[in-house]
Design a protein around this ligand. Structure first.
Ligand SMILES: NC(=O)c1ccc[n+]([C@@H]2O[C@H](COP(=O)([O-])OP(=O)(O)OC[C@H]3O[C@@H](n4cnc5c(N)ncnc54)[C@H](O)[C@@H]3O)[C@@H](O)[C@H]2O)c1
Length: 356
């Protein structure tokens, strides 16, 4: 039998997230942005980057590791580029501002690249890729992350799960949207399994402390996250580190803090790239050619064991539709951690259906 979980209507859950952030002293407009970023993760089935992050954000706000009142400020703007000081503000708050700059600069120049340093967790990178692609631009988002991943052939962590996202303009539910960690899966999927007391995780997700592959959630939690496809994943993670921390002058590798690190701010760097298709084949031609490519991919005969071929973003769009209708399921550990904070802030939690 599946583990019990709690199902909450998504708008009520978003309002609850906002209230919890306000309870931690965040102004309503900033709290609303972070709440929207988290619910986006849950709606799209990316539960690793949904409400389960909120207790960590609240802990870090309470202990002063995140400055919930900061918007940050540009350090310099030159042509199509900007370097931004995120000043330890909430990741969603400073990322929203940086995406706004990337959109403005790309509309003026055809392309723009904005790098933010001294930033915090920005949730699912897709939120930011789509923030840019909604404006008719191709949007990319990158982020370096806490060092929990060994370089290929190592057993000591030096890299983060450093996500890569690319989102193309077009209808939100049918457009290609790649959003991936440079590890087999995002680390939070392992942490989520741990908090929800699942004993096993799928093969290929993690290694134990000695660098041996493991399916034990406990060993994985205390061990290492597996680079995606061996040295290729390591190469991509280093690429992200360069595009974020090296270019931006922020913390790199083991200098980076983390959601569970209590002695220093996270200090990650984000980068956002925007490209205007109108400057190349033209916006309409771009859409036509994207449709053609998507049709080529969809028309491939499914391999053994599959009955369809999907494009990147499609699994998450399906989740989005279903969860907008049916609500968001939360694991018991995850729900309890939210209820604990609600109790401390004297906030009434939203109604939930309990499925045992
Ligand atoms: N903020 C951070 O520090 C941080 C770090 C790492 C990861 N993340 C986030 O974690 C999330 C999850 O990452 P992940 O790597 O576990 O995602 P994933 O492995 O579930 O999916 C990766 C990509 O593959 C696509 N995909 C999945 N199944 C497919 C199929 N059958 N056919 C075609 N495409 C398919 C998805 O649409 C997605 O674009 C992402 O939102 C990422 O941004 C954030």
């Amino acid at each position: 039998m599946a583990d019990p979980f709690y199902v909450v209507e998504h708008k009520a859950l978003e309002a609850f997230a906002q209230q919890l952030l306000e309870g931690a002293g965040v102004a309503p407009h900033r709290a609303a942005l972070v709440a929207s970023n988290l619910i986006f993760g849950n709606l799209r089935g990316v539960d690793s980057h949904g409400m389960q992050l909120l207790p960590y954000y609240v802990e870090q706000l309470n202990s002063g590791l995140i400055d919930g009142a900061q918007d940050g400020a540009p350090i310099n703007e030159s042509g199509a580029t900007m370097l931004y000081n995120a000043a330890n503000g909430l990741g969603a708050v400073t990322s929203d501002i940086c995406c706004g700059h990337a959109i403005r600069l790309a509309k003026a120049n055809g392309i723009a690249f904005v790098v933010a340093r001294d930033a915090n967790h920005f949730g699912a990178a897709a939120y930011w890729g789509r923030r840019i692609s909604r404006e008719g631009l191709i949007g990319f988002a990158f982020c370096n992350a806490s060092p929990i991943v060994p370089p290929f052939q190592a057993k000591e962590a030096r890299l983060g799960t450093n996500p890569i996202c690319m989102s193309v303009p077009g209808p939100a539910d049918t457009s290609w949207l790649l959003d991936m960690a440079t590890t087999t899966v995002a680390a939070n999927r392992i942490f989520k399994a741990y908090h929800n007391k699942q004993e096993e995780i799928p093969a290929g997700w993690a290694m134990d402390k000695e660098g041996r592959p493991t399916t034990s959630t406990n060993e994985a939690f205390n061990g290492l996250v597996m680079p995606l496809g061996g040295y290729k994943g390591t190469g991509l993670a280093v690429m992200v580190e360069i595009l974020c921390a090296i270019l931006g002058g922020g913390a790199m590798s083991t200098e980076v803090g983390g959601l569970r690190v209590k002695d220093r701010p996270m200090g990650v760097s984000h980068s956002f790239l925007a490209i205007d298709p109108a400057r190349f084949t033209g916006a309409a031609e771009f859409d036509t050619r994207m449709d053609k490519l998507t049709n080529y991919l969809h028309s491939a005969a499914p391999g053994a064991g599959f009955d369809e071929v999907l494009i990147a973003g499609e699994p998450e769009s399906r989740f989005e539709k279903a969860r907008a209708e049916n609500g968001i399921p939360l694991g018991p550990g995850e729900w309890q951690r939210l209820l604990d904070w609600a109790g401390k802030f004297n906030i009434a939690p939203p109604a939930s259906n309990h499925n045992a």
